[in-house]
Design a protein around this ligand. Structure first.
Ligand SMILES: NC(=O)C1=CN([C@@H]2O[C@H](COP(=O)(O)OP(=O)(O)OC[C@H]3O[C@@H](n4cnc5c(N)ncnc54)[C@H](OP(=O)(O)O)[C@@H]3O)[C@@H](O)[C@H]2O)C=CC1
Ligand SMILES: O=C1O[C@H](COP(=O)(O)O)[C@@H](O)[C@H](O)[C@H]1O
Length: 448
């Protein structure tokens, strides 16, 4: 197999970020979730190869993909000779892409030389997503940088789902590696309902074998989400209480302090439920609620997730709150004053939700009766992703109702932490009590 790699990113960072650090306005209407079957595909991680990145101009590309590639390069985790190609419709230079990515790259001053070296391996090709001839052109460019014995190629679709099918068809026809292997990375959402998810899966299966296709949910790569397995199954302390006899409720919250930032073209067709809840929050929920898998093999974990998802009852309309953020008239900046409908990429009459709270019930022996509350929203007051396991009141109270419920809190971001809220005696001569924390804040305990 060729040791050379091309990473093609389709989609590129082009816009300056706007900020909407203000309001959400809960309303209420019917909500439909993607059926569980749409979630049953295995999620696997990709580590590397020729990285053509389809859509090198977008939000994902600048905020996540390029920073992740830089991290891999910096830490020596990419094969030598890896080359990176961006592909999108916009007329861009590598210098512009570099500038657009810079705020998200997290480069330390001592890494500057290495960082400049990283960008020397980048190239950009402009083309449409629909014309096969443009993909032939991309293939020619890739071939011109690859050695005679070929290279492996990874195509990363940082693109709106509306073009996944045409792009993968064109890639299959003109861009597969002749002498190495080819892989395709597909971003969520994988369809917008069961039928479209199935259609996308069948389409991908008609072009590539399953082991060539990588479906990404980037929340599964977050430190504290990965830590859920260890916390639950590596500690005798938590396991015996991880059930309806001890747990009063589970809350999983995602908050973002900015709005769509010009991503309305994508976001408005999907909304917050399909953008964040159906994938990231449900992945977290399944790791919190599933039974212990027989091993840590990805297939075993996937099987347990599917089992618990199948036990979730259909969500009732009255158990959902939806909202769309509006501008804050008292906002300090222009951005704070803008609402969702003020984004020029959003239709003026859009009723797409940017906020959702939903109450889920898991109908199995472990969780019957325990509410799982999922909350997510854009343009809220802060950036935060948190899992909160709230315990029942202490039975047989002898402290005159002073005890607050224990909580195990797993803060996914920012400032990763695991802490237990608990009651303790106030130090000193009195017999007063107060709530305090057993605190494992990662930045205090580890060099992260
Ligand atoms: N943003 C994020 O943080 C995350 C996003 N994702 C997923 O990544 C994918 C891409 O998201 P994101 O980067 O935010 O999206 P963007 O809206 O930023 O779009 C990405 C790029 O696609 C091209 N594009 C935009 N609209 C269209 C259109 N209607 N038809 C064809 N091309 C279009 C544009 O490039 P050009 O015009 O130059 O061709 C644009 O820069 C989505 O599936 C999303 O769910 C996943 C995790 C996180
Ligand atoms: O998938 C998505 O996630 C991001 C939030 O990711 P995070 O790692 O920064 O928490 C969200 O902004 C975007 O709308 C969505 O598509």
């Amino acid at each position: 197999m060729s040791p050379h790699f091309s990473f093609v990113s389709l989609g590129i960072p082009a816009r300056a970020p706007l900020r909407y650090p203000a309001l959400s306005m809960p309303g209420s209407s019917l909500v439909r979730f993607m059926p569980v079957s749409a979630l049953s595909s295995a999620h696997r991680y990709l580590v590397t190869s020729t990285l053509p990145h389809l859509r090198s101009t977008g939000d994902l590309a600048k905020k996540k993909t390029y920073p992740a590639l830089w991290g891999l390069y910096r830490d020596g985790l990419l094969p030598e000779n890896t080359k990176f190609f961006g592909y999108a419709r916009s007329a861009l230079t590598i210098e512009e892409i570099k500038e657009n990515c810079r705020p998200f790259m997290n480069v330390k001053s001592e890494e500057e030389t290495n960082y400049q070296n990283f960008w020397r391996n980048h190239f950009y090709v402009q083309g449409t997503y629909t014309q096969l001839t443009d993909f032939h052109k991309l293939n020619e460019v890739l071939c011109s940088y690859e050695p005679e014995n070929g290279a492996n190629r990874i195509f990363y679709l940082a693109l709106p789902p509306s073009v996944f099918e045409v792009v993968t068809t064109n890639l299959r026809k003109s861009c597969v590696s002749k002498k190495g292997w080819t892989r395709i990375i597909v971003e969520k959402p994988f369809g917008h309902d069961d039928a479209s998810s199935e259609k996308l899966s069948l389409h991908l299966a008609s072009l590539f074998s399953e082991d060539q296709v990588f479906r990404i949910d980037h929340y599964l790569g977050k430190e504290m989400v990965q830590n859920l397995m260890i916390l639950r199954f590596g500690n005798g302390l938590f396991s015996p209480t991880w059930n309806r006899l001890f747990v009063a409720s589970v809350q999983i919250t995602f908050k973002e302090p900015f709005g769509t930032e010009g991503r309305g073209g994508y976001f408005d067709k999907f909304g917050i439920i399909r953008d964040v809840m159906q994938n990231h929050l449900l992945q977290i929920l399944s790791l919190v609620a599933m039974e212990k898998p027989p091993s840590i093999h990805p297939d075993d974990i996937r099987n347990e997730k599917v089992k618990v998802l199948k036990c979730i009852k259909p969500i009732k309309k009255e158990d959902v709150v939806l909202g769309q953020y509006v501008g804050n008239p008292n906002g300090k900046t222009d951005e704070e004053k803008k609402g969702y409908l003020d984004d020029p990429t959003v239709p003026n009459d859009s009723i797409t939700p940017t906020y959702c709270t939903a109450l889920l019930k898991i109908d199995n022996e472990r969780w019957e009766g325990v509410p799982f509350i999922l909350r997510c929203g854009k343009a809220l007051n802060e950036r935060k992703a948190v899992i909160r396991i709230q315990y029942n009141d202490v039975p047989g109270d002898i402290f005159d109702k002073q005890c607050k419920r224990n909580e195990l809190v797993i803060r996914v971001q920012p400032n990763e932490a695991v802490y237990v809220k608990m009651m303790t005696k106030t130090p000193g001569m009195s017999f007063d009590m107060e709530e305090t924390e057993l605190d494992l804040t990662y930045s205090n305990r580890y060099k992260v």
